[in-house]
Each structure stands twice: as C-alpha cells, then as structure tokens.
Design a protein around this ligand. Sequence first.
Ligand code: NAD
Length: 266
Amino acid sequence: MLKDLQGKTILRNDPERFVGRVALVVGAGSGIGKATALAFGRQGASVALVGRRVPELEAVARQIAETGGTAMVASADVTQERAVEKMIAAVVEEFGRLDIAFNNAGITAYKPIEDLTADDVDQVLATNVKGVWFLAKHEVAQMRKQGHGGSIVNTSSVAATGGNVNLSIYAASKGALDAMVRALALEIGRDGIRINNVSPGVIDTPMTSVLPPEVVAAIGAHAALGRIGQPDDIAGAVTWLSSPEAAFVTGQSILVDGGYNIGGMR
Ligand code: NAD
C-alpha cells in the first residue's frame, strides 16, 4: 500500500466523492464496518450506522461528526425482519433517501464439525444469510420506490471460494451470499441497482481475535503480500464498489485477500 513520507498509509480522502448520497453501513460499530463507515463519512456521504450495540455506534457517529461529516445511529438486529424494515424507514425519514448499503453483519462459529451444534448453525445462517437477505429485500424496495438506482454490497468471505478447517457452516453461509448476488443482480439491474459482494481474506478485527497468533502469522506469511489485511483494506474496496467508478460491476464477489487464495487455500 502507498505510504506518505511519514510512513502512514495514504487513504483516499475525496470529500466530494459521495456528497448528496446516503450510505447505510451494517455492523458499523467495529472492524470492517466501522472502517467503511468512517471512509464514507470522510468522503461526504450521510452515513447511517446500523447494529445492535448503540454505545459503539454512537462513538463512530461522534468520530464522523468531529471530521465534519454527518451520521445517525439506527439500531437493528438483522435477524428480525420487522426491525430491518423499521430501521430502513428511520434512515429514510432522517436522511430522505437511501443510495448505498453495505450489509456487513456477520458472525462465525470456529469449531470442528463434531463440536458444532444445531444452535450454532441456526445462528450463523440467521445472521449471515437470512439477515443479509432481509436487508437486501427492504433496501431494494426503497431504492425501487426512489427510482434512481443504487448500490448494495454484502460481506462474503475468502472462506466461500476455498476451504478452511473449522469453518464449515460459516463457509456455507458465505457461499450462499455468492449465489444470491448473481440471482439478485439479474432481478434488479434494470432498475439501475447494482449488488456485489466483497470477499475479505483474514482481516485484523474482533472476529479474528479468537484465532491463535501463530495461525494468524501463518496466514499472513502465506499471502502474496506477506501480511493479513486491515479493515481499511476492505473499506477501500467497498467504497469503490459503491461509487460511480464501479458503474458496470454487478453480480460479483470480489476477493480482497492480499493474494492469499492464489497460493492455494488451507
Ligand atoms: P466484527 O465482529 O467486528 O463485525 C461484525 C459486525 O456485525 C459487528 O459489528 C456485529 O455487531 C455485527 N452483527 C453481528 N450480528 C448482528 C445482528 N444480528 N444484527 C446486527 N448486527 C450484527 O468482525 P469483522 O471482521 O469486521 O466482520 C465484518 C464482516 O466481515 C462479517 O460479515 C464477517 O463474516 C466478514 N469477514 C471477516 C473476515 C475477517 O477476517 N475479519 C474475513 C472474511 C469475512
């Protein structure tokens, strides 16, 4: 990644890029969602911060406001369809429209198959598949009503395209999203609505903090770029996918993994 003369990573910071656009970011209180919400805020969008933990979301809202941006908090548990519907209505009431959605809520269950329970399976599928589907359903309805298109990005995973031990149900949930965007892109493309997935490799977030350090080090060493990812690496891909620069990209799952997968999965 490009660094400035002080050695800090150079992040795109075009304050005009999303001016007049409303971006909804789910799971915005931590990790990839937080980095992406801050990136949208820096680049002029009005940002709706969605999740279950209001104090974390409020802290992100304050950070956006401190840099001159605009943000609101809209709490919702994405496994509840009515909560998703009400949350989108609240965003539209506050900001007047919805142009961009980043459906990034997700949970994992890192266990060998004999330790995974039916409850683990229900929870992972309820959040990662049904929750993202609820979000997409109500976002599409709102974008169609507005009539000026939009962009939806979901968070899939490198786990959907390769194989990782102890991630069987998580991999299945993300594979479902890869199939879903292809079908949905065909359904909504004529309305000017694009839908894609970003598929991160291993990223340094609360979700991966449960991994043993030697596993994380080995994953980094296996990647072409020689490191695991940072949340800003994914924020850059999501903001690009959500921008007019990606106007001809839809139905895709874009791998952002520092070249981990090309070396063969583990
Ligand atoms: P994270 O745990 O910080 O983020 C997950 C977010 O989802 C949290 O903010 C959490 O509150 C929210 N969430 C979970 N269940 C929810 C629900 N029912 N309703 C509303 N919000 C809910 O970890 P992260 O790594 O930033 O994860 C973000 C996404 O990236 C997830 O979908 C994850 O599967 C995916 N992902 C992460 C990695 C990685 O290595 N970190 C790799 C590939 C994909």
